[in-house]
Unconditional design. Structure first.
Length: 170
């Protein structure tokens, strides 16, 4: 990747959820597995769980049916119940690279609008760090099947509903 890669605009998604900020934070971090679709993973594997270790430096990873693990992110900051920041290791060719210089960042903030309503903002930034694959990562997370759809599923779980199916089955 060139030293002066062209900056790519971040993908920003906002959603209002009818749940307290504490619930939203807990669902996003501790119950990630309850809303993240099984179809969204790296490689030709049958994934049975998604997990986030709730500590700075903790892994964001999935577990397959054979017990194999794939670390697709690392927790960079945790400020319950208002902020969560992770390094995104997924590259434009759907491989994993844990080199810090090749990681974008996903920051999620939770702002209470009242006792039972929360504004959730997700910003996926520094996409140029993925080098030539940065535009592909931006297209994937910014498209219809990206963060917009994922946050709808997240909101469903926060509000006590099962997450809606993925359009088109995957």
């Amino acid at each position: 990747m060139p030293d002066h890669a062209t900056a790519l605009s971040p993908v920003i998604r906002d959603v209002e959820v009818a749940a307290p900020a504490e619930t939203c934070f807990e669902v996003f971090v501790d119950r990630f597995d309850s809303w993240w679709p099984r179809e969204h993973h790296i490689g030709d594997r049958t994934v049975v769980a998604f997990r986030i270790e709730r500590e700075v430096g903790g892994r964001c990873y999935d577990v397959d049916i054979d017990g194999g693990e794939c670390q697709w992110g690392t927790v960079l900051a945790l400020d319950p119940p208002t902020r969560f920041l992770l390094a995104w290791h997924v590259q434009g060719d759907w491989t994993i690279d844990i080199d810090a210089a090749r990681q974008s960042e996903v920051e999620v903030t939770f702002t209470a609008l009242g006792p039972e309503r929360t504004a959730v903002r997700l910003e996926h930034r520094n996409l140029e760090r993925h080098g030539d694959g940065g535009s592909g990562v931006r297209h994937g997370v910014g498209g219809d099947g990206g963060w917009r759809m994922l946050l709808v599923r997240f909101g469903d779980v926060c509000e006590g509903r099962p997450p809606r199916p993925i359009a088109g089955g995957g």
